[in-house]
Design a protein around this ligand. Sequence first.
Ligand SMILES: C[S@@+](CC[C@H](N)C(=O)[O-])C[C@H]1O[C@@H](n2cnc3c(N)ncnc32)[C@H](O)[C@@H]1O
Length: 336
Amino acid sequence: MVDAEKIVLSLVDFYGLKLDRNHIKNVIDEVRKLNLSEEASYTVAKNLLDIGESYFFRDSPTWQAIDRILSSFKSVKMLSLGCSEGEEVYTFSIVAKKWTEPYMLGIDACEERINIARVGMYDKWKLRKVKESDINIYFNKVGNRYAVKDLYKENAHFFAENITNFESKDRFDFIFVRRVLIYLRREILSEVIRKIHRLLSDDGYVVLGRGEIYEEMLEVFEPVKVMDSIFWRKKSPKAKIDYEDEINFFENYIIKTSKDYVNMVKQLINGRMYEEALIWIENAYDFGVESKEIVNYHITALLNLNRDDEARKVLKKALLLNPNDQFLNSIAKVIL
Ligand SMILES: C[S@@+](CC[C@H](N)C(=O)[O-])C[C@H]1O[C@@H](n2cnc3c(N)ncnc32)[C@H](O)[C@@H]1O
């Protein structure tokens, strides 16, 4: 029998993850219960600890803003920290190729994901935010899967590397670090933010996931709003920054928008418009709103549409994070 606890704790340590003790315990229990080979246990544990996958054109408003910014670039270097299976690197390539010849580097601590990124072949589900009419512009269909066209793979490089070990002499114009910092412990977070500052060109942009905010960023970066998206730029040494104003700006921006999503979904669920609610729920996740309320509405909508298998998956994940939640436990009794 594999030592589930050792496997999970070594991963938590290796990735520098900051996770709720209950969550870690649940992952250990789950891995132990499955009783798989050591290699398979590592894979399952990584998936359960990472929570989340990636897909093309995730956070669509961010890509519209990047498209606008890139229109004035003659050349561009992009770095993706925690690039998962390459979706965000290739999305950047697709957007940037309209304007210039981009160079992209993706790193992720998970070797299996980097191998998939290098191949660049995906299920249709990963393309769910790509317009149907654009799919054959960017991808070749191979059986029932989709391969990124060679044009968009040019100058895209991938390495299996932990962010804490990564160093480069290059300076990057865009550094993506979306939905990665949330998992890092505080002391590692500050170190990584300083590293991102060193790696960013003086006029560069840091891209976080929609809705992500870290007070530590304010020490060396300042937020700028482009269209409907927030980016972070190096703080100019002369500028006098009012931290309180910046934090208020962010809190208002995030709180207002996340409440909008929750209210919208609530109204659609009350009006029994479950398909429409699912679209808004996905938008809410994209924006970084993963509140208990949204997850509960997600399960409610799926059950009402008789999509029980998907509801079970969402419920299992939600129970990992909130094992004592009453609503989740009462649903679990009926459908698990
Ligand atoms: C939730 S995914 C986010 C993917 C993508 N950036 C996005 O927003 O769609 C987090 C990724 O970060 C990677 N990751 C987590 N901690 C890391 C670390 N310390 N070093 C490198 N990669 C890490 C995980 O392996 C995973 O692929």
